[in-house]
Design a protein around this ligand. Structure first.
Ligand SMILES: C=C(CC[C@@H](C)[C@H]1CC[C@H]2C3=CC[C@H]4[C@H](C)[C@@H](O)CC[C@]4(C)[C@H]3CC[C@]12C)C(C)C
Ligand SMILES: C[S@@+](CC[C@H](N)C(=O)[O-])C[C@H]1O[C@@H](n2cnc3c(N)ncnc32)[C@H](O)[C@@H]1O
Length: 365
């Protein structure tokens, strides 16, 4: 082979490899969000690393400090920063639904996710003509599944402006913008009238509230009497021992890498629900057998993590992605380790289900 032919072949093969690495492999989980499109929400390129450092130093403090009265109002702002930093990486590496689900033999992750979401619609009896609120809606994966499955109108609320834009774009693309609406706001002070929703749900979102009672009280307020509310809560289980250093490290790791002001214990959830006026209809941990482990999806991704690390490092070096993206990606890698330790030991569950009803007041005589 002539030298020029060999060089040309090498160039073509090289170009094909780069294309495959960045554009084909770059779309790790769902086609549509590619590594080359990783932005960091509404943070400008030059501010990403600083914002990441601010986030990290806030959430790494002892949880008593985070919960201190003076800081409670700051939590939603840091949660907003967190979602600016992670939203694109989540979409790229996980999909449009930012939650876990029990693995189901024979079902893909996508189908198991959809099943976990449709369960919510069925539990609250969502149906055409109903107006349902999605508290902490992310980029709207669950909202679209629930609207499509039930025919109900769904209004999502998220603290993060970037997620609002992503969710609206996905709703339009899926042809569901007639049923799905997204609002930017704080779920601790929702911009909705009293008794304006027929049903409500939250999927792995209320764990971001410094005090669970504040968000549950708001949900109670906007629900119509008789309306049902279901939530998948992140909690420590009865197996967690506060005196066991390995347990403490796992739970602290989950809190730091997921913008959580402090995980609650499983038994606290129904106490809080009742304290704001709800009747508890059902409560159980969906992670318990016979459910398949929710954390295997995290473990199976080792090679994908390594590939993703190489990709984000290359993109940051080429200045296509902001420099801080590598730090954020490393933080998520560590978080995935703590989450799967939480699953292996059984000290943590992200799917403690609580189904509540707002009582109908007795008629006045
Ligand atoms: C409910 C919450 C988020 C839950 C999950 C959707 C996310 C928790 C940890 C995330 C991830 C960890 C590792 C990432 C990996 C290093 C990267 O290459 C690709 C994306 C990850 C898999 C990422 C995806 C989303 C999570 C599983 C919290 C915040 C309350
Ligand atoms: C892990 S994501 C889950 C998103 C969605 N439920 C899903 O399963 O795809 C948590 C969501 O809660 C939202 N959130 C956290 N704190 C909030 C607050 N104070 N007000 C409104 N939304 C909040 C985040 O912006 C994010 O959309």
């Amino acid at each position: 082979m002539e030298v020029s032919t060999a060089m040309l072949t090498a160039a073509v093969v090289g170009a094909a490899l780069v294309y495959w690495f960045f554009w084909v492999m770059g779309a790790a989980e769902v086609k549509g969000k590619r590594a080359v499109n990783l932005k960091m929400g509404s943070i400008t390129h030059d501010k990403v690393q600083d914002k990441y450092k601010q986030y990290w130093s806030f959430f790494r403090r002892p949880k008593e400090d985070i919960a201190a009265a003076s800081d409670e109002n700051k939590v939603p702002a840091f949660v907003d920063t967190f979602y600016n930093l992670v939203t694109d990486i989540y979409e790229w590496g996980w999909g449009q639904s930012f939650h876990f689900s029990p693995s189901v033999p024979g079902l893909s992750h996508r189908d198991a996710t959809r099943l976990h979401e449709e369960r919510v619609a069925d539990l609250i009896g969502a149906r055409p003509g109903h107006r349902v609120i999605d508290v902490g809606c992310g980029v709207g994966g669950p909202m679209r599944a629930i609207a499509a499955h039930s025919g109900a109108n769904v209004v999502g609320i998220t603290i993060n402006e970037y997620q609002v834009a992503r969710a609206r774009a996905h709703n339009r693309k899926a042809g569901l913008d007639n049923l799905c609406e997204v609002v930017c706001g704080n779920f601790l002070e929702m911009p909705f009238a009293d008794a304006s929703f027929d049903g409500a749900y939250s999927i792995e979102a209320t764990c971001h509230a410094p005090r669970l009672e504040d968000v549950y009280r708001e949900i109670f307020r906007v629900l119509k009497p008789g309306g049902l509310y279901v939530s998948y809560e992140w909690v420590t289980t009865g197996l967690y021992q506060a005196g066991n250093p390995a347990h403490v490290e796992t739970i602290r790791g989950i809190e730091h890498g997921d913008a959580l002001p402090g995980l609650r214990a499983q038994h606290e959830i129904s106490e809080v629900a009742r304290s704001v006026g709800f009747e508890v209809v059902e409560e159980r941990d969906l992670a318990l057998p016979p459910a398949g482990p929710w954390w295997t999806r995290l473990k199976m991704g080792r090679i994908a993590y390594w590939r993703n690390h190489l990709l984000v490092s290359a993109l940051a070096a080429l200045r296509i992605a902001p420099k801080g993206v590598v730090d954020v990606h490393e933080m998520l890698y560590e978080t995935a380790r703590h989450l799967s330790d939480g699953g292996d030991t059984g000290i943590f569950t992200p799917m403690h289900l609580i189904l509540c009803q707002k009582p109908i007041p007795p008629p006045l005589n």
